[in-house]
Design a protein around this ligand. Structure first.
Ligand code: COA
Length: 321
């Protein structure tokens, strides 16, 4: 037995405003429903409205995770929020979530690793729980990418959406439960393939998302297949033992190609990209919460989470739910 981080609750939040592919076309984006579905599998996404922010979505997801676990917010000793679209440059959006939950003193900070942000946050929180810095941790991915999309650029604006997902982790003495292994990577040589063309210390502006989609696609399949093999080996498991893969929801074609490369049955891959599009750091916990609530993911299932994003960054985790 050793001290492990066990998931005791999940939650998610989507802004009420749902935007279909056809609505994007009707609003002037030079695209069609058919093109978007064929190239990405995306049918709709949610966009935040007035007053809805990364922190408000994160708070709603966190509240649902706490409620699912039946745990009082006062027990939370650590909040790690993964986001590339914080409410403000500083303070960390995690502290806004903390205050909204009525927690007066805990560790709270944001992690920026774009679409891999949730895997980074999960790994950091896991190690802090193992290091006895807290007993309960909220690990949240939350994004409002609609606010950094260039709606004149049809190759990017159709791909992303807003939302949040949260896990409540509890440190427990366990053998084969909770987070079993995490692996993280970054390679900054590829900064220029997926980035935002603004920033506090450069232009002094927020900027808009820019991407070379074809090149990102090519790197994604290779990096994801490699890190999945690496994390499974570290956990002492093989791909045929995995009950569910919960991937970052960037593009259905990337999910299919990665599953094929690893020989994983596509029916064991949780897919929500059709309804949520790419919600960056929120997509993995949002997909996991969806699959927990619809009954697909059950207690004792072996799960693999994976993501790849700007930087490039990429990572994966193996856990027994
Ligand atoms: N609607 C209609 N046509 C579009 C379009 C849209 N929304 N976006 C691009 N096109 C057009 C292009 O202008 C191009 O036209 P042309 O041949 O006349 O020049 C054509 O479609 C093909 O574009 P291309 O970029 O080669 O398409 P693709 O097959 O590579 O698909 C992506 C584009 C973005 C869907 C694909 O590259 C992709 O999914 N990449 C990975 C992106 C990703 O997931 N990033 C996030 C990782 S975290």
């Amino acid at each position: 037995m050793s001290r492990r981080s066990v998931i005791v609750g999940t939650g998610s939040a989507l802004p009420p405003r749902r935007v279909t592919n056809q609505q994007l076309a009707d609003q002037g984006v030079d695209t069609t429903h058919e093109w978007i579905v064929e190239r990405t599998g995306i049918e709709a996404r949610h966009f935040a409205g007035d007053g809805e922010t990364t922190a408000t979505l994160a708070t709603e997801a966190a509240r649902k995770a706490l409620a699912a676990a039946g745990v009082d917010a006062g027990k939370v000793g650590l909040i790690v929020l993964a986001t590339a679209t914080p409410d403000q440059t500083f303070p960390a959006s995690a502290t806004r979530v903390q205050t909204a939950l009525g927690i007066n003193d805990c560790i709270a900070f944001d992690v920026a690793a774009v679409c891999t942000g949730f895997l980074y946050a999960l790994s950091v929180a896991d190690n802090m729980l193992k290091g006895e810095m807290a007993d309960y941790a909220l690990v949240i991915g939350s994004e409002t990418f609609s606010r950094i999309l260039d709606f004149e650029d049809r190759a990017t604006c159709v791909l992303f959406g807003d939302g949040a997902g949260a896990l409540l982790l509890k440190a427990e003495e366990a053998q084969d439960r909770g987070i079993l292994a995490t692996k993280l990577h970054a390679d900054g040589r590829h900064n220029d393939l997926l980035f935002v063309d603004g920033g506090v210390s450069t232009t002094g502006t927020v900027g808009k998302l820019r991407m070379k989609g074809k090149e990102v696609f090519r790197h994604a399949v290779t990096n994801l297949a490699d890190v999945l093999n690496e994390v499974l080996a570290a956990a002492g498991h093989t791909s045929d033992e995995v009950d569910w893969v919960v991937p970052h929801q960037a593009n259905k074609r990337i999910l299919d190609a990665t599953a094929k490369k690893l020989g994983i049955d596509p029916n064991r891959v949780v897919i929500t990209v059709d309804q949520h599009a790419n919600t960056s750091a929120a997509s993995v916990p949002l997909a996991l919460d969806t699959a927990v609530r619809d009954g697909r993911v059950k207690k004792d299932d072996l799960l693999v989470l994976e993501a790849m994003g700007g930087g490039f960054t990429w990572g994966a985790a193996v856990l027994r739910y």
